[in-house]
Design a protein around this ligand. Structure first.
Ligand code: DSN
Length: 414
């Protein structure tokens, strides 16, 4: 007796993933091996604790899996210690704060309005509620991180912890400079590299190692693993961070997801991963060229990484919310996104964020992404034109019909 209601929704989601051009910058498509791991019997096992120090019997095989995941992650990034149990990036960040801060301590993070993340001190998030967060942002002209302002704030505010990293920032981040400021001011330096972890792994973005004291990441973005988080840190913080995660804030680890993480890290260590990561950036540059050719304004003038922020308000007089909906209707998935110094509320926003990691996994190259940018600009410039909409849907179909990934699979990866 199958639960058809759920299975039919899963089937529809698989079809959506096949038919749409997926441009959410934080999403990706995992390999069949990772699908298998996350749908495996490891979901049945309780393993509170850490390898060889569990609160349950029968953990010998999940211990092997978790140890492989930890060792591989340390090897990839040259980290001293890894914890692969965080259920998400937010959980990873929470554990770090719990380990290193006291309630009310001062922290400096990137403003959400300028590309930061909710867990970097938004007033409605646990981070902003429990700690005294201050923020740095981007320069009004260049729309790139204002490093002078950053340095000034590190010395003026004297935070206990500084958080670098972003969710919607298209330019290279100078971790070395930021670490140097923190070292001089006596602040702990944490990098949340969730968005760019895969680019760092491939040597295509300057690494936060060995500059940062602690580095958090998700595993499902450019790293192309299962949905989850991880923490890496200098040995001196290892015990406190492990204890903060478990028993501090999480219970049993998701061993099926940790198996998926171990497989992801194995894939990242292969030569073709570097090629993949390079293609992500080439594809983003190709989109950048096409958007600019079509007269669209890009925040910070373009991209160095896997994403672009398109100012749709300045480019075609509509909000990000309207643009996101119009693109949904032609089977292109994006998300509305605030741009620096936005005059719209976050739920309307003046921009959309587009990223290349997911469709690069599906095999798209520069010419495909140029065509995607042209379809987007054509659609948005002709918002009320039904014939244009139909033409765009047809052009999207031509692109996705070339994709073979997941074509013969079921929603459970068989
Ligand atoms: N929600 C993620 C993103 O889309 O960037 C960040 O956690």
């Amino acid at each position: 007796m199958k639960d058809n209601a759920v299975f039919e929704s899963m089937e529809r989601e698989l079809n959506r993933q096949r038919q749409n051009i997926e441009l959410i910058a934080s999403e990706n498509f995992v390999s069949e091996d990772i699908l298998k791991a996350t749908g495996s019997v490891l979901t049945n096992k309780y393993a509170e604790g850490y390898p060889a120090k569990r609160y349950y019997g029968g953990c010998q095989f999940v211990d092997e899996v978790e140890t492989l995941a930890k060792d591989r992650l340390c090897t990839i990034f040259g980290a001293e210690h890894a914890n692969v149990q965080p259920h998400s990036g937010a959980q990873a960040n929470t554990a770090v704060y719990l380990a290193l801060l006291n309630h009310g301590d001062k922290v400096l993070g990137m403003s959400l309005a300028d590309g930061g993340h909710l867990t970097h001190g938004h007033p409605l998030n646990f981070s902003g509620i429990n700690y005294e967060f201050h923020s740095y942002g981007v320069d009004k002209e260049s729309e790139m991180i204002d490093y002078e302002e950053f340095k000034r704030k590190v010395f003026e505010i004297k935070p206990k912890l500084v958080v670098a990293g972003a969710s919607a920032y298209s330019r290279t981040i100078d971790f070395e400079f930021m670490a140097q400021c923190c070292q001089e001011a006596g602040a702990i330096f944490m990098v949340d590299m969730a968005h760019i972890a895969g680019l760092v792994a491939a040597g295509l973005h300057p690494s936060p190692f060995p500059h940062a004291d602690v580095v958090t990441t998700t595993t499902h973005k450019t790293l192309r693993g299962p949905r989850g988080g991880a923490i890496m840190c200098k040995e001196q913080y290892a015990k406190d961070i492990d204890r903060a995660l478990f028993p501090g804030m999480q219970g049993g680890p998701l061993m099926h997801v940790i198996a998926g993480k171990a497989i992801c890290f194995h894939e990242v260590m292969q030569d073709d991963y570097k090629e993949y990561a390079g293609q992500i950036i080439k594809n983003a540059k190709a989109m950048e060229e096409s958007f600019i050719e079509e007269g669209f304004r890009l925040v910070a003038g373009g991209t160095d990484n896997h994403l672009l922020l398109v100012d749709v308000k300045a480019s075609c007089g509509m909000t990000g919310k309207v643009a996101e909906k119009l693109l949904d209707e032609i089977n292109i998935t994006t998300n509305k996104n605030a741009i620096p110094f936005d005059t719209e509320k976050p739920f309307q926003a003046s921009g959309i964020r587009v990223g290349t990691p997911a469709m690069t996994t599906k095999g798209f190259k520069e010419a495909d992404f140029r065509e995607v940018a042209k379809i987007i600009t054509y659609c948005l410039k002709n918002a009320d034109n039904q014939a244009v909409k139909e033409e765009c849907i047809a052009r999207v179909k031509v692109l996705v019909d070339k994709v073979t990934m997941y074509q013969n699979k079921t929603y459970i990866g068989d």
